[in-house]
Design a protein around this ligand. Structure first.
Ligand code: ADP
Ligand code: AMP
Length: 218
């Protein structure tokens, strides 16, 4: 099964992509994670993307399209994947259509997360992750079970994203409404879109997605 999780920054895409990837044996493809890894490694792509990401603007289409094209061609994606944070513009969506068609793959479902702006800001402001395995947490909504210890790998080191600050969040939300929100209509017109209430607690959102996936599989 090949899925897209569509929604504004902080909507819960990464959280749900990780849960669904684990329960369904799918690969999570987060362009944000891939770009952050490139920045950390100091690659050419990382050098091009760093300042853009710090401002909260979108990285040029050709860069992210190339990254996804290469990644989707790898063998572990054969069983299916969850795109988290891609596509984010209409040209990216068109490029995805083409690269899937070229590989005889299809898109099964696009899940749109509906979340109020105020909740997005609160979620982004409290977000942190395990520095070792990347497992995601939140100061208020998702603390590790043992405080200070990662549930997934036991590490005691955590990090916060450089772009998770009030100023950048505004820019990222603007980029979402201007560049990404038109994809809701794009996928609705293709009959691929389902929307969920992303304001619900994490477990309830996971159940809502599982119900949608069961409908699609039936
Ligand atoms: P995205 O990948 O869409 O940017 P994340 O999955 O990283 O969003 O979620 C943003 C923050 O909000 C994280 O700290 C996460 O733990 C928290 N979060 C995710 N889903 C929910 C939810 N349904 N309710 C409350 N907090 C949530
Ligand atoms: P995310 O982890 O999804 O919140 O993405 C973090 C940042 O990476 C974004 O603010 C953009 O600068 C960049 N980015 C991630 N995915 C894309 C994409 N598909 N297109 C353009 N920029 C992206």
């Amino acid at each position: 099964m090949n899925l897209i999780l569509l929604g504004p920054p902080g909507a819960g895409k990464g959280t749900q992509a990780a849960a669904i990837a684990a329960s369904r044996g799918l690969v999570q493809l987060s362009t944000g994670d891939m770009l952050r890894a490139a920045v950390k490694a100091g690659t050419e792509v990382g050098k091009q993307a760093k300042a853009i990401m710090e401002r909260g603007d979108l990285v040029p289409d050709e860069i992210v399209i190339r990254i996804i094209d290469e990644r989707i061609g790898q063998p572990d994606c054969e069983n299916g994947f969850i795109l988290d944070g891609f596509p984010r513009t209409l040209p990216q969506a068109a490029a995805l259509d083409k690269l899937l068609a070229d590989r005889n793959k299809q898109l099964d479902l696009v899940i749109e997360f509906k979340v109020d702006d105020a909740a997005l800001v609160e979620r982004i402001s409290g977000r942190f992750a395990c520095a070792k395995c990347g497992a995601g947490y939140h100061d208020k909504f998702k603390q590790p079970k043992t405080p200070g210890v990662c549930d997934a790998c036991g590490s005691t080191e955590f990090s916060r994203r450089a772009d998770d600050n009030a100023e950048t969040v505004k820019n990222r939300l603007m980029a979402y409404y201007k560049e990404t929100a038109p994809l809701i209509g794009y996928y609705f017109a293709k009959g691929k879109l389902k929307s969920i209430d992303g304001m619900a607690p994490i477990d309830q959102v996971t159940h809502a997605i599982e119900r949608l996936l069961a409908e699609v599989a039936a």
